[in-house]
Design a protein around this ligand. Structure first.
Ligand code: FES
Ligand SMILES: [Fe+2]
Length: 409
């Protein structure tokens, strides 16, 4: 017989609240769509590879748990489901035998790259009756910022990719440095780490990227929504603090620069040490805060001379792509120093070692359960944004008669 009440293990009682529940948040059911999105949110464009890597030879990528074959033909990139419908081997093992098509490595089933239609089954001759009866699913693709992007939806038309990219990257000439890295950990941990108010000042205080830049101990922060972004607005920064009974704590040192006093009015710009002037394009955006996030997991950190973006691309429930993009808004010959700076320093210090600390934390994060604290308002607001936007999308698609197999919310 199974007892109704399990025997009490020593110590269990003290971990429970008076109402008998475990303290903290045990699951993410407050945000059912977010909780269900282990392998990512559908309905978005995702960057998956450098454009230069996609050639006439098929390449395989995994996105939102789906295997996709990418191939360039006639200048354009095409994406097909990477599973031959005949016997299930990866189409990406195949090769091109006729222009505009790809042929499976096993029996030579040949698919039109644009439509996905089976146009030949080589080993059954030109009159094969299977032709015209099979269509391989395809994905829409685009190329922006030197990368190939794929739209993963639920049967709806893909919105123009420019509606999803950060607005300032669409409407201004920019020069970009990009790093793509496959990382361990759920994509949500990566977004949450990126937008987390608390960790940067503490975890990254030891990074080489911040070696000469002061970090506050803590901030007074508000989250403000504008358009499709939510912003962290820092009302006050505390550079030192007394912890009663413990002592004074500060991350300062004589060689670390605080943001110049002159920039006190620029609460919406991050600290890069001694920079005084803010780039005109960046200033014109008039962002409410220096760190912002939007769906489906795009982080934007604004500095005086550049903007740093992180796109967190769900590969599957346990892996994601970290796509770090540094953009400067300049053109012509003035772009040359950018490449020197990016390749000589930023790529290694910021997109490398600094971001490597985030990579480490995302790998070892294990939540829920979780016990959140005041700065985690940033996480709560991100989850709320994801939930609201996804609920609205689900309602819209249902109106269009598309079945989402959606979470009941
Ligand atoms: S498995 Fe692809 S052609 Fe047979
Ligand atoms: Fe970080």
């Amino acid at each position: 017989m199974v007892a109704d009440t399990p025997a009490r293990t020593p110590g269990t009682r003290s971990r429970r609240s008076r109402r008998g529940r475990l303290p903290g948040r045990q699951d993410w059911s407050t945000w059912p769509h977010y909780q269900a999105a282990d392998a990512g949110f559908r309905g978005y464009w995702y960057p998956v590879a450098f454009s230069s890597r996609i050639t006439g030879r098929p390449t395989a990528v995994t996105l939102l748990g789906e295997r996709v074959m990418l191939m360039r033909d006639g200048g354009a990139v095409h994406a097909l489901k990477d599973r031959c419908p005949h016997r299930g081997v990866p189409l990406s093992y195949g090769a091109q035998q006729f222009p505009g098509t790809v042929s499976c490595v096993y029996h030579g089933w040949t698919f039109d790259l644009r439509s996905g239609d089976l146009v030949a089954a080589i080993t059954d001759g030109p009159a094969s009756p299977i032709c015209g009866k099979v269509t391989q699913p395809t994905f829409e693709t685009a190329e922006r910022l030197g990368m190939v992007w794929i739209f993963v939806g639920d049967g709806e038309d893909a919105p123009p990719i420019d509606e999803q990219l950060p607005e300032e990257l669409v409407s201004n000439p920019a020069v970009v440095g990009v790093r793509i890295q496959r990382r361990v950990g759920n994509w949500r941990f990566a977004v949450e780490n990126g937008y987390d108010e608390g960790h940067a000042k503490y975890l990254h205080r030891t990074s080489l990227w911040r070696l000469f830049k002061a970090m506050p101990v803590y901030n007074d922060t508000r989250i403000v929504r504008r358009g499709r972004w939510i912003y962290r607005v820092q009302d006050e920064q505390y550079w030192e603090a007394d912890f009663p009974g413990l002592g004074r704590w500060s991350g300062q040192a004589w060689y670390k620069l605080k943001p110049p006093k002159k920039n006190a009015g620029h609460r919406n710009i991050g600290n890069t040490g001694g920079s005084q002037k803010v780039n005109a394009t960046i200033e014109a955006q008039d962002f409410p805060g220096f760190a912002s996030v939007s769906m489906p997991g795009v982080l934007r950190i604004t500095y005086p001379h550049f903007i740093h973006y992180e796109f967190y691309v769900p590969v599957d429930a346990d892996h994601h792509l970290y796509v770090g993009v540094m953009a400067e808004f300049r053109r012509g010959l003035r772009t040359l120093p950018f490449y020197a700076k990016y390749l000589g320093a930023v790529r290694w210090l910021f997109h490398g070692q600094f971001s490597g600390q985030d990579k480490w934390m995302v790998e070892v994060t294990d939540a829920p359960p979780e016990r959140l604290y005041r700065p985690d308002e940033s996480l709560l607001q991100w989850r709320r944004l994801a939930e609201d936007v996804t609920k609205a999308r689900a309602a819209r698609l249902r109106d269009e008669g598309l079945d989402l197999g959606d979470v009941e919310a």
